[in-house]
Design a protein around this ligand. Structure first.
Ligand code: SIN
Ligand code: CO
Length: 387
């Protein structure tokens, strides 16, 4: 995706999270991996997150999906945009677009949002808290970039779309099919379609500090019992009963610190929690469990009969390597492997390879740790039978 004279290292040090970058014809001869009609079809599905935005020159109205065929039949010719989140979960060819970003770790990638905009349509000047690569498909859009924003930046009142009160345009680009625009977090932007146009936004995961702390704490809380409570069998008489004594506060400080450490090894807790958390699926409420579970025996037989496995498009894999141990994380589950042999190691690396298409299960028939893992991942819906 990057031009020859811009190495991934230079992209990271000069642009990533710092500066916008326009990449003319980064994906030359770009073919749209889906049509506007297919996108509209997705937006009619219950489990798909979709929005329609209707605009005039200074007003933007949001309507949330799912939509019906009738909704699409009654739309005006211009000035509306259909936005559909996580299209990579449904169209493997859209997921391939995300995989073109070969210089950012998998766990930082979020999804590919696809938008179809009619002439003069746009979702208004706004900023996002995460990085985005906008890949232009069919048609063309004018993108305007502006000032740096933060949580104190004034937004228009009563605007669910978080439209900026003031947009100071500093740069402008016309994106045509195959052009890519990288926008770091906090930079004001808006795109306006010059003709019916599709664009693909690869978004990233950037958990807020508050989310990280509350989720880490929730993880610990889940293991605490009701009867683990503040207690003070050593209570002493106080001169003033309104006073919170130094002894009580010291007790609370020690308690909170030890709870955050979870009484054990804090490093291990953070490694486990973070890997599990960052591989949670985008929509964990959607389960993709197989119709019937397989045991190792049935799985080996199926593999011998020619069953091939592939990763579910919504699945998320990551690993963390420590001396002697590899922690594998899949869709929020953690697996601990120590002293892996060559076969298991190869399977783990294949599983974590974002470009792998089919897994050849036959390679792993003679290894019970490998079969065990394949079986567990199949039964939790992370691996599915390849079509
Ligand atoms: C769009 O595709 O119209 C909106 C994408 C964005 O600004 O984040
Ligand atoms: Co945006």
């Amino acid at each position: 995706m990057l031009p020859r004279d811009l190495s991934p290292e230079n992209f990271l040090s000069t642009y990533w999270q710092k500066k916008t970058l326009f990449l003319k014809q980064a994906l030359a001869d770009f073919q749209d991996p889906l049509s506007a009609e297919e996108l509209a079809g997705l937006a009619c599905e219950e489990e798909v997150e979709s929005r329609l935005v209707f605009n005039t020159s200074d007003n933007w109205q949001l309507k949330s999906g799912p939509f019906t065929e009738q909704d699409f039949l009654t739309l005006p010719d211009t000035s509306w945009t259909l936005l559909v989140q996580a299209v990579d979960h449904w169209f493997p060819a859209v997921k391939q677009l995300m995989n073109k970003i070969t210089f950012i770790p998998d766990w930082r990638l979020d999804d590919v949002m696809v938008s179809y905009a009619t002439e003069t349509a746009g979702v208004g000047p706004h900023f996002d808290y995460y990085d985005v690569f906008i890949i232009q498909g069919q048609g063309s859009r004018r993108w305007q970039l502006g000032q740096h924003c933060d949580e104190n930046t004034a937004l228009k009142e009563n605007s669910e779309l978080k439209i900026l009160q003031e947009f100071i345009v500093t740069e402008e680009f016309i994106l045509e099919s195959g052009d890519v625009l990288y926008i770091p977090p906090g930079v004001a932007h808006q795109g306006i379609a010059l003709n019916p146009s599709l664009s693909y936004s690869v978004g990233f995961r950037a958990p807020s500090h508050a989310e990280m702390l509350s989720q880490y704490a929730a993880n610990i809380c889940a293991e605490l019992a009701e009867d683990q409570r503040y207690s003070d069998p050593d209570l002493k008489i106080q001169a003033n009963l309104a006073e919170i004594s130094q002894e009580s506060l010291a007790k609370v400080k020690t308690l909170l610190t030890s709870l955050l450490h979870n009484g054990q090894d804090i490093e291990r807790n953070i490694e486990q929690w973070f890997g599990q958390n960052m591989t949670q699926r985008k929509y964990p409420q959607h389960t993709f469990l197989p119709e019937s579970e397989l045991d190792i025996h049935t799985l080996s037989e199926a593999l011998v009969q020619g069953m091939e496995l592939e990763k579910h498009p919504a699945t998320r894999f990551a690993f963390y390597r420590k001396p002697e141990t590899l922690l594998l994380f899949v869709d929020g589950h953690g697996f601990d492997f120590s002293n892996t042999d060559a076969t298991l190691n190869e399977l783990l690396m294949n599983l974590c390879d974002r470009d792998i298409k089919h897994l050849n299960g036959l390679d792993y028939l003679s290894s019970s740790p490998c079969l065990n893992l394949l079986c567990t991942l199949y039964n939790q819906g992370s691996l599915i039978e390849a079509e």
